[in-house]
Design a protein around this ligand. Structure first.
Ligand code: MN
Length: 203
């Protein structure tokens, strides 16, 4: 049977194209080293579980599933992160259309949404993510502050946009200044992609 494994997604832009907000070196290392490491680790776990099945041996279920959650969470969040970024010019600005209206409706204004999302990102304890999500039951846009890749996640909320605030996301460009990185993020958000995800989950 063909192996069903994860793979590192290709970016829709070159490593240097998000500069000056995210440098070529920063993005290259983040994508080709950090993200790749989660892919490799997730696949190694799946293969270990496959081997245990084939050989009908036991494995430490609790620690394996915890490790799986960390690595698959990392892989999927990074994949989403690359998708919601675009070179400055195409990225940045403000969302229009239904997403723009929904953000203003839920948060009061786009500016207020941006402030709250930034606060969620800057105040993540340790390593984690800020996410804009959609709850299908209440039809609300709700912010999620994810610790690590998998803590504080509200199951079944659909994630529309994420921002990685692990130090590995910004240490080359901004040293320890997470707030400066979060501010730069707004210049490279691909609102068209976020709006498309919003359209997909609301239709
Ligand atoms: Mn990362």
């Amino acid at each position: 049977m063909e192996a069903k494994l994860y793979s590192l997604p290709k970016l829709s832009y070159e490593y240097g194209e998000l500069a000056p907000y995210m440098s070529e070196e920063q993005l290259r290392i983040h994508h080709s080293k950090h993200h790749q490491a989660y892919v490799n680790a997730a696949n190694a776990i799946l293969q270990r579980m496959d081997k245990a099945r084939t050989e009908n041996t036991d494995f430490d279920v609790k620690s394996t599933l915890k490790e799986l959650s960390w690595n698959v969470g990392g892989h999927l969040l990074h994949s989403l992160f690359w998708e919601n970024l675009a070179p400055p010019g195409r990225g940045g600005g403000t969302p229009g259309g239904e997403l723009g209206e929904a953000l203003a409706g839920e948060f009061g204004s786009f500016e207020r949404f941006r402030k709250l999302f930034s606060q969620a990102a800057v105040s993540v304890e340790g390593s984690g993510w800020a996410a804009l999500t959609y709850c299908r039951q209440t039809k609300r846009l709700i912010l999620m502050q994810i610790e690590k890749h998998n803590v504080n996640v509200i199951p079944m909320f659909r994630i529309l946009m994420v921002l990685d605030v692990f130090e590995h996301a910004y240490y080359i460009d901004y040293k320890n200044d997470r707030a400066k990185f979060v501010e730069a993020f707004w210049s490279i958000v691909d609102w068209d992609r976020v709006a498309k995800r919003f359209e997909d989950v609301t239709k």
